[in-house]
Design a protein around this ligand. Structure first.
Ligand code: G6P
Length: 608
């Protein structure tokens, strides 16, 4: 979704803002722009498409001021063309906006026909409203305080005024905004990445809070204008962690980081000498796990599929009912939840609008919420009752990879923890599962060797008409995730299916132009999966199988065969995820697509 950067300080605002926008590129966008002080006016430069186009336009532009704002836009109202790019300027007011103003038409009508609009956006309307107020208040903060109660929707906004050349006002309801101060400088951004090169100390704005930046200092107010005392958070990510480190794409770097990420995800919760886990205690909700009769896992996208793997693990190991729901469905279906339900919300960004809405709905229903996020202090993390972290470090590629496998590792520990606390798992079995998990990072390293295979096979694979991904049990959600990855990155039709369901429809699709990716590790369901594979092969499907090392039969049946190291059934998903990510990455790359920023997609989906 849109990226916002604002800067006041001694450095060249053009460079700071462009650098900040660059670090927010991963959020997804289709146009960009800046407004920077020059000779007492805000000079605005905007461009359709990638940041490089804006950068070219700015090459010969000089600014003598020390304050400016910038934006990468992900189109919601109005096409992704220059006139709709931010900042929007109305009578000396310039602003950038992320989100949607829901009562935009109503407010536009109130402004009447004399208000001249130059874009098709809802954002410009807010600039009109603030410009209207400032004519009487002559005060930027006071004007925002008057406009704020009139806005409905999810938004974060940063506004400047040419008559207040050392001020910025930032406010939000929904999408995140943070303020950080460095030596003689203040930065505002929609994500820490943009601020990290300057400072690690940031303040997170809550909904309906307003940051007023004046020169090198800032104050935070509530919506009635009362000054607030806010906690300053220290970020533990480094700016370097968010760089490509020699990899061609962030996604490839993040795929290769997975062994380390999974090890980091496990580390805080495992006693490596005793092979036990204390993960339930670490949630801050340990006592709530007693007496629950149901766990409701709710998430979106890749996090949802990780949740589905978690459901298989928890149900099987701990013998407790687990339901999984897509957040955008759950929030509108009047869910019936018993008093003894514990909700687990999964979100790498911690900002996904639908998941956040579910969190607030659950709180109204008095259901305890444990969140599993990658971004610490994100809104979902802050508002939950209990907290777990993926610990994957910054993930920049839009398509989630290391956050996914880290989530699988944490959910596996949760399953072991609950199973132990309910007396469903012996100490010996706990040790067996923990040993298997601790061995996973090294096994993942060996699986990464299939990178070479997929980079070569991609030229053939890219010409298939479509892909069917199949698996059973705990491998089934991995099939769904594999198909999602190929759709997201390669823009090819791909479907994930429970292998046993193939005969109820998808079998009709199979011919020599359809690739069938079969997840067939040697686990309790292997024989069943094998017969599904033979059915697909008999209909002429091209079989790409992923099995366990030493399975010659599978090799003989398949056009392409990848062997995974022998692992506990519950750890196989961690290993299978890697070849599926690499398959999607290389096919997309071979097709010439932008792997880190797939078209139409965003990393942090802060609108409904
Ligand atoms: C977007 C991203 C996906 C992610 C999904 C859920 O669609 O592109 O990679 O899985 O949002 O995001 P969350 O931050 O809630 O895990």
């Amino acid at each position: 979704m849109c990226g916002i950067v604002g800067y006041y300080g001694p450095e060249n605002p053009k460079d700071v803002i462009l650098g900040g926008l660059k670090s927010l590129e991963y959020r997804g966008y289709d146009s960009a722009g800046v407004a920077i002080l020059n000779h007492g006016e805000f000079k605005r430069v905007r461009a359709e498409g990638k940041l490089s186009t804006l950068q070219k336009k700015l090459e010969h532009e000089a600014f003598d001021g020390h304050l400016g704002i910038g934006h990468t836009r992900w189109a919601t109202h109005g096409a992704p063309v220059e006139k709709n790019a931010h900042p929007h300027t109305v009578r000396g007011i310039s602003l950038v906006h992320n989100g949607i103003i829901e009562n935009y038409l109503e407010l536009k009508e109130e402004l009447g026909p004399q208000a001249q609009f130059t874009s098709d956006t809802d954002s410009e309307l807010v600039a009109h409203l603030i410009a209207g107020e400032i004519e009487s208040t002559h005060d930027l903060l006071a004007s925002v305080l008057r406009v704020l109660p009139r806005l409905q929707g999810a938004y974060s906004i940063l506004v400047v005024s040419k008559d207040h050349p050392d001020e910025m006002v930032a406010f939000k309801n929904g999408p995140p905004l943070i303020v950080g101060s460095a030596k003689g400088a203040v930065l505002v951004a929609s994500d820490v990445q943009a601020i990290l090169p300057y400072t690690k100390k940031v303040v997170y704005l809550n909904d309906l809070e307003i940051a007023h930046i004046k020169g090198e200092s800032f104050e935070i107010y509530d919506s009635r204008g009362q000054a607030l005392k806010k906690v300053v958070t220290t970020i533990d990510w480094t700016a370097e962690q968010a760089q490509k480190e020699g990899y061609e794409h962030f996604m490839l770097k993040e795929i290769f980081e997975q062994p380390r990420a999974v090890a980091r995800a496990l580390a805080p919760h495992v006693d490596v000498a005793k092979h036990t886990t204390n993960i339930l205690e670490n949630t801050g909700l340990a006592e709530r796990f007693h007496g629950i009769d149901r766990i409701a896992i709710i998430a979106c996208g890749t996090s949802f599929y990780a949740g589905q793997v978690g459901a298989y693990l928890i149900e099987k190991l701990a013998g407790i009912t687990v339901t999984t729901d897509i957040a955008s469905e759950f929030r509108y279906r009047d869910p019936v939840l018993s008093k003894n339900t514990l909700a687990v919300l999964i979100s790498q960004s911690g900002e996904t609008a639908d998941t956040l809405a579910v969190l607030r709905q659950l709180k109204r229903l008095d259901v305890p919420v444990l969140s599993l996020c990658n971004v610490k202090n994100s809104t979902i993390d802050r508002e939950s009752d209990g907290h777990l972290y993926m610990n994957a470090g910054p993930e920049v590629g839009v398509a989630s990879t290391k956050a996914f496998t880290s989530t699988l590792a944490v959910l596996h520990l949760v399953a072991v923890g609950i199973a132990r606390s309910r007396g469903r798992l012996s100490a010996l079995d706990e040790e067996r599962y923990i040993r298997a998990l601790l061995a996973a990072p090294a096994q993942m390293e060996t699986v990464l060797a299939c990178d070479k295979f997929f980079s070569e096979a991609a030229t053939t694979l890219k010409s298939y008409r479509g892909f069917l991904y199949m698996g059973r049990g705990v491998n089934y959600p991995i099939a769904l995730e594999g198909a999602l990855k190929l759709k997201e990155l390669a823009y090819m039709h791909a479907e994930g299916y429970a292998a046993g369901e193939m005969k109820h429809g998808p079998l009709a699709l199979i011919d020599a132009r359809m690739a069938v990716v079969m997840l067939a590790p040697s686990d309790g369901l292997y024989e069943k999966t094998l017969s599904n594979l033979e059915e697909a092969k008999a209909r002429g499907g091209v079989i790409i199988s992923i099995g366990t090392f030493g399975n010659e039969k599978l090799r003989d049946l398949s056009a392409h065969y990848l062997a995974l190291p022998r692992a506990e059934w519950s750890v196989n998903p961690l290993l299978e995820a890697i070849p599926l990510q690499l398959l999607a990455y290389h096919v997309a790359h071979a097709l010439g697509h932008d792997v880190d920023q797939p078209r139409n997609l965003a990393k942090s989906v802060t609108v409904e």
